[in-house]
Ligand binder design. Structure first.
Ligand code: ZN
Length: 171
């Protein structure tokens, strides 16, 4: 291996580390939003939309509060973002979500032409990135979302586990 190769490899590693740190930073914010859902007795899921290093939209699960089956964190964040940037095409936006999206939210991400999704924990009940179906990696759609999974996954899973444990214990 030449020195040049080593340098390139180091650069690539450094870039990955930086991206990972950035991803974890925004995911921490998504987790804070998930915490807000808990306070309302909602299943804790949070989502943050980021463009050019700035928050352009956010949401957390409000299904019970609004008695709306579509009031998932991601749907709220996608709508909020489209309003904020005044464009349904979420160009240049990365969505950070604490949980693997369901088929509805994955579909909405494709509709929004979302470039990148970063999510935390897997959802074995509804997940549409491989857990039940894989909508996000479906090549026949004319838009493909780039996905990074597993970012602060333990934190997101713990939050959900604690929530359901409390429910079972009658709070
Ligand atoms: Zn959903």
């Amino acid at each position: 291996m030449t020195n040049q190769n080593i340098t390139n490899e180091q650069n690539a590693t450094q870039q990955n580390t930086t991206q990972q740190a950035i991803d974890e930073q925004w995911m921490a914010l998504a987790l804070q939003l998930a915490q807000k859902a808990v306070e309302l007795g909602e299943v804790p899921v949070g989502a943050v939309a980021v463009k050019d290093g700035q928050v352009v939209g956010q949401g957390y699960n409000l299904k019970e509060t609004s008695q709306d089956p579509t009031a998932h964190a991601e749907m709220i964040a996608l709508r909020n973002t489209a309003v904020n940037i005044d464009n349904w095409r979420l160009l240049g936006v990365t969505l950070y979500c604490t949980l693997e999206p369901c088929p509805m939210c994955a579909g909405a991400m494709i509709q929004a032409r979302l470039p990148r999704l970063v999510y935390g924990a897997k959802d074995t009940r509804f997940g549409a990135h491989g857990s039940i179906v894989n909508i996000l990696d479906e090549t026949r759609f004319n838009h493909r979302v780039t996905v990074t999974e597993g970012v602060l996954a333990d934190e997101a899973a713990d939050l959900l586990q604690q929530f359901f444990q409390k429910l079972r214990n009658g709070k």
